[in-house]
Design a protein around this ligand. Sequence first.
Ligand code: COA
Length: 578
Amino acid sequence: MRILLLTHAFNSLTQRLGAELQRRGHEISIEFDIADSVAEEAVALFKPDLIVAPYLRRAIPESIWRKHVCLVVHPGIVGDRGPSALDWAIQGGETEWGVTVLQAEAEMDAGPVWASAGFPLRAAKKSSIYRNEVTQAAVTAVLQAVERFAAGNFAPKPVAACEDARGRLRPLMKQADRAIDWQRDDTVTVLKKINAADGFPGVVDELFGDTCHIFDTWPESLLQFPGSQPGDLVARRETAVLRRTADGAVWIGHAKRAGDFKLPVTLAYAAEATALPEAKLDGWWRVDGQTWQDIAYEESGSGQNAVGFLSFEFYNGAMSTTQCERLQRALAWAKQRPVRVLVLLGGADFWSNGIHLNVIEAASLNEGSPADESWNNINAMNDLALELIEAGDQITVSALAGNAGAGGCFLARAADLVWVRDGVLQNPHYKNMGNLYGSEYWTYLLPRRVGAEGAQKIMRDRQPLTAQRAVETGFSDACLTGDTQAFRIDVARRAMEIAAAPDLEARLAAKRESRARDEAAKPLAAYRDEELSHMRRNFYGFDPSYHVARHHFVRKSLASWTPRHLARHRDLNWKIPA
Ligand code: COA
């Protein structure tokens, strides 16, 4: 079928649905929901058999839903309606939730039901639930709805006739519903409130006497603060600050000041945070107990068969200069451990999304230079990638439980093996960010895996790679099924098998020889210099595209057109297949 995806943005859910439908032989084109007339034009050009709306912020125009079946993905159980479905579910402590695929009609989210899928609701950030459980359930339900539509004999049921309809209409969740009472709310309540608002819109609160939106919390149960009161800010660590609740304390990682954009709290309130006592962690070993630790190292197995695991839980997968430098130090330290397999686990929701565009943009707030900060950040990323490429004494594995984008994909590719959880998406291209050329040794790493032509195609097409597709193209080495926990267990088992295999020494020797041969043919420094000469032009040259794109990305400017590589029906050569 020809399926038009009508969406507010090409977010991860839309990317995943597009890829899954394409994989089943459907022809997909995408249009952003910018204006009724633009959507109508897209429908006229593409003449879809079916329209799917994975992520909309407003109703589909009547001129479209009257003539075409439009399937809308709603992140709520059957009967649930309203724009804050997940927010209410998380804040209200629901334990089971779901996704419903409805047919668009006059009343929003009230049309007949084509399919639904449920899941247990974790206590986690809304953005994490959306990228994991919601996305997976949406894929299941949309594929079922599309099959039913194709069969031609399915009659979608009105909500009132669905036996499993236990949801109801709920209003937009307001800041008054989210407000934290630091004197009364215990840690669990505070976590629920901030999780329900993460990554958007955040909870309006005060930090250092200034009104802002707060995001990104973690519980703390190891530290004690005698003499402090609930609500007091009591410590800082790396990018976060610690605040007392009624019965404990929580780390707050990110804040958005009025008129600004989201930043690590210790950058948004740099001077104020410095005055707080530092609660530094010693070294990189994972701390036992509840605390916030962005970089953590663990080992399993013993003696010859020991395997090292390095996690880096950076918010949104964005990696600033300082974070790259710290991670490089942790990696260098881990390489000295008596382990012969080293697994880089990244974070649970993202493995890495490359340089930290918000921190770079923030340089302009402090009369610094975003170009300089971009330069520092890409060099720190490159140093980190180099540390990984040059690990001669270990087999290295990047294990992606969450998505990766741009430079983050190539940082992962710097390991010997890349294992990806089924359902994870990689976007191994840079051009969407104002024609960035990219670095992280991609010109060395990518063609070795997919050939010169394959590399050109990946960079040119700018399409998300599903885990299966990544393995088919050679970009990744294995696609492992299961949720994040099952994935990590499988990763550990496979890594221990490699460590215990009789051919490990031979494998390591072959790795060192191959690296030496590559280095003799063309040194890594030459790849880096070439890439950075392009990046220098991106950052300091006369074409401001990268700075403009970053500005809009960080400030979340609304799209005013759909990029041509997504809206295939707008290609000059596009014709409806006979
Ligand atoms: N720096 C700072 N923030 C980043 C980021 C980066 N490199 N990459 C993603 N984010 C943030 C987004 O702003 C968003 O923030 P929010 O919490 O305010 O919503 C959040 O991470 C999730 O990103 P989103 O775009 O909604 O996720 P997605 O899964 O739909 O898309 C990407 C993933 C990677 C395709 C997309 O985020 C992207 O293009 N990122 C930029 C990658 C890049 O160009 N890096 C620089 C070159 S190395």
